[in-house]
Ligand binder design. Structure first.
Ligand code: WTA
Length: 666
């Protein structure tokens, strides 16, 4: 029996033994018995021969155009590329109308599962009906093509309706992750000049309820551009009074009820802006990553069907991400809907009401394709194989991961315990900026290596460069993409200069600098190492050190702070903050708790430092710059690098001791 044909019956101890054995296996052929439904070999050949012709063919085949394009790529203003620019289409028509017109209106788009076990099946016809009404409702509120609409909603079908309704009338959506604090919502509404915000009365998480509208109201204050707030009645009982400002605020259901049911999809130019999604960068100011319509939709559609081998007639697909991240945009909403697939949408947490809820859902809906993050897999490992063991997972045929490098042990556990050894694993590498997956195995085609995202998809040209721009054909280097691709970001919202500076200044206007380091092995497999900028990846979520630092420093007791990552088994990386307090204040447990809460309020819970180290001084160069490199070393327990450039080398000895003491306390 070779790899990929593992019998995972038996006890957890048997499993652990199998896992240990398999850690020595370097490469896994596609599991025998896996039948691929979507042939892809011809794509690779076509894309290698002529990438532009390949993308043009794919755009004609996969998307429905109101006006066919004649231009493909325009690279004359690099790095401001356009794709299919003279074509016209409507994204919501591609995701809804064309399926309904083909007689598939009764197909379930989302099997929605509420956190308290509620079930709601939403068909393509249902989505189309609600989308048209909301599109008309938004128009009635004054929203026009090009206006920005903020969306701050939990995982409920209305979030997809909100996004699609914007796309239908050419409004640009700006979704804010539901786990962010209301102050982050305010910031994102303000910097994008949002005209309308769509939010919810209250939210629930693991049995607890929290008011959302009231909290948002308290933060929003006066935003000159914001004219209306649309409020969805969320599932479950509403926590307390919902403040509604007459003339400004309107209930979602009342808006729909009063709206005309017909809203024809208007043809929009291929390059019409579709959405902004704020993501963390090297500075405290989040980057408004802007995607446009046709290229983005092509990337999401093509990769969703090809990477996961989706057959919309038979597969039941489930991506466990939140719609507030790019993964949710591309692989919960746009890719699956454009392909006419049936998905599961789950509102809740993976450990409520019990640790087997995901697997209960897989069994109940006979999920065939499951896509999650390594951090979630590591949590499942911690909880134990008995939870998935309670359920019949035999429907699964493809498993995916995204967000951070997956360690081989978690990969194997996923392969064995969840996939029963039958399912290819696709480790998909991509970013908010790339719009869709760029480096990944194709399910059932690419031999996989645990921990490697393997090879570029057809039409994608990644490469590694050394610090001075020399190509690296084997070994580690800076990851770049050397040719434009349709779903790439078009710019940073209202900040073309920062767009060029961030991605295209280091190696010129035709080389996209990813911000990750990677290793290329002798067989051309890519192994992503991690970020090379000041971005921390906590549980697959991007956070900027500068953003967390400025939140901490905003606290009145803090004089100075430096934030770095420490490796963490559970979350990949965790945040460590080195903090100097004002005056002679000494750090204590109460202040630590207060600071963590302060960061949660300003950014969101996931930005809370795992550890705060009190320091009378931080390591600084003679010119006063904080040397984060040394703090990273000390947080990771590594030997310290060169300390001779420090203004006061003794500072590091004190800090090293404080870190050691903090670890000893655990
Ligand atoms: C990291 C998430 C290793 C990487 C879709 C990237 C990964 C950043 C992988 C983007 C993977 C994402 N293996 N690292 N399969 N997928 N990353 O914008 O550092 O939230 O630059 O997009 O996550 O994070 P973002």
């Amino acid at each position: 029996m070779g790899p990929g044909h593992i019998d995972v019956g038996g006890t957890v101890a048997d499993l652990a033994a199998t896992l240990e054995d398999l850690l020595a296996v370097e490469s896994f052929d596609p599991p025998a018995g896996f039948t691929r439904r979507r042939p892809v070999d011809a794509d690779r050949a076509a894309a290698d021969a002529d990438p532009q012709a390949f993308w043009a063919d794919a755009a004609r085949e996969l998307l429905t155009w109101d006006k066919p394009f004649t231009q493909v790529l325009d690279d004359t203003k690099a790095p401001f590329y356009t794709w299919f620019a003279d074509g016209e289409l409507n994204l919501s028509a591609n995701c809804l109308d064309r399926h309904v017109a083909a007689g598939r209106g009764e197909r379930v788009a989302f099997h929605w599962r509420g956190e308290e076990g509620e079930r709601r099946d939403v068909t393509y016809a249902d989505l189309l009906a609600d989308t048209q009404r909301l599109a008309n409702g938004l128009s009635a509120l004054g929203v026009r093509a090009g206006d920005v609409v903020g969306i701050f909603l939990p995982m409920i079908p209305e979030v997809a309706v909100a996004m699609l309704a914007c796309a239908r009338i050419g409004a640009v959506h700006n979704v804010v992750f539901g786990g962010f604090a209301p102050s982050a919502v305010r910031e994102r509404m303000e910097v994008s000049d949002a005209k309308v915000l769509i939010t919810v009365d209250g939210a629930r998480r693991k049995g607890r309820r929290a008011p959302v509208k009231a909290a948002v109201d308290a933060e929003l204050g006066e935003l000159p551009a914001l004219e209306h707030i649309v409020v969805v009645r969320g599932p479950g009982e509403n926590p307390g009074e919902v403040p509604m400002t007459p003339g400004r605020d309107v209930w979602f259901d009342e808006l729909l009820a009063g709206a005309d049911p017909d809203c024809p999809a208007i043809p929009l130019p291929a390059e019409h802006p579709l959405f902004i999604l704020y993501s963390s960068g090297s500075t405290a100011k989040p980057k408004g990553i802007l995607h446009s319509t046709a290229g983005y939709l092509l990337g999401a559609t093509y990769t969703h069907r090809m990477v996961f081998d989706i057959d919309p007639d038979t597969d039941v697909y489930w991506c466990s991400a939140d719609v507030g991240w790019i993964t949710g945009h591309s692989y919960i909403v746009y890719g699956p809907l454009s392909n006419g697939a049936t998905s599961v949408m789950y509102e809740g947490a993976p450990d409520y009401p019990d640790h087997d809820i995901w697997w209960r859902i897989v069994e109940e809906y006979r999920v065939t394709v499951f896509y999650t993050a390594p951090t979630a897999i590591r949590s499942c490992i911690k909880w134990g194989a008995e939870y998935p063991g309670r359920h019949d997972l035999s429907s699964l045929r493809v498993l995916g991961t995204v967000g951070e490098p997956i360690n081989p042990k978690a990969w194997l556990w996923y392969h064995l315990v969840i996939g029963g050894g039958r399912c290819p694993i696709v480790d998909t590498w991509w970013q908010t900026e790339t719009g869709s997956v760029l480096i990944s195995p194709l399910a059932g085609v690419t031999p996989t290596r645990p921990g490697s995202a393997t090879k570029p998809l057809p039409g994608i040209s990644p490469a590694l460069l050394s610090e001075d721009g020399e190509p690296v054909t084997e070994g580690t280097g800076i990851l770049v993409i050397t040719k434009p691709w349709p779903s790439m970001l078009r710019t940073l919202y209202k900040d073309d200069d920062r767009f060029v500076e961030t991605y295209f200044s280091r190696f010129g206007p035709t080389t996209y600098v990813v911000g990750d380091a990677a290793r290329l092995d002798a067989d051309g497999y890519f192994w992503i190492i991690g970020r090379i900028d000041d971005v921390i990846n906590v549980s697959g979520h991007r956070l900027s050190t500068a953003e967390v630092e400025s939140a901490i420093v905003a606290h009145e007791a803090v004089a100075e702070a430096a934030v770095v990552a420490e490796p963490d088994e559970q979350t990949g990386q965790a945040i460590v903050a080195f903090v100097t307090l004002t005056g002679n204040r000494a750090g204590d447990a109460a202040t630590e708790a207060e600071l963590r809460e302060h960061v949660a309020r300003r950014i969101g819970k996931l930005a809370r430092p795992r550890r705060i180290i009190w320091a009378d001084d931080l390591p600084k160069t003679r010119s006063g710059k904080i040397m984060r490199r040394l703090l990273r070393d000390v947080a990771a327990g590594r030997e310290l690098g060169d300390v001779t450039t420090l203004r006061d080398p003794a500072v590091m000895a004190v800090i090293t001791e404080a870190v050691r003491a903090a670890h000893d306390d655990e």
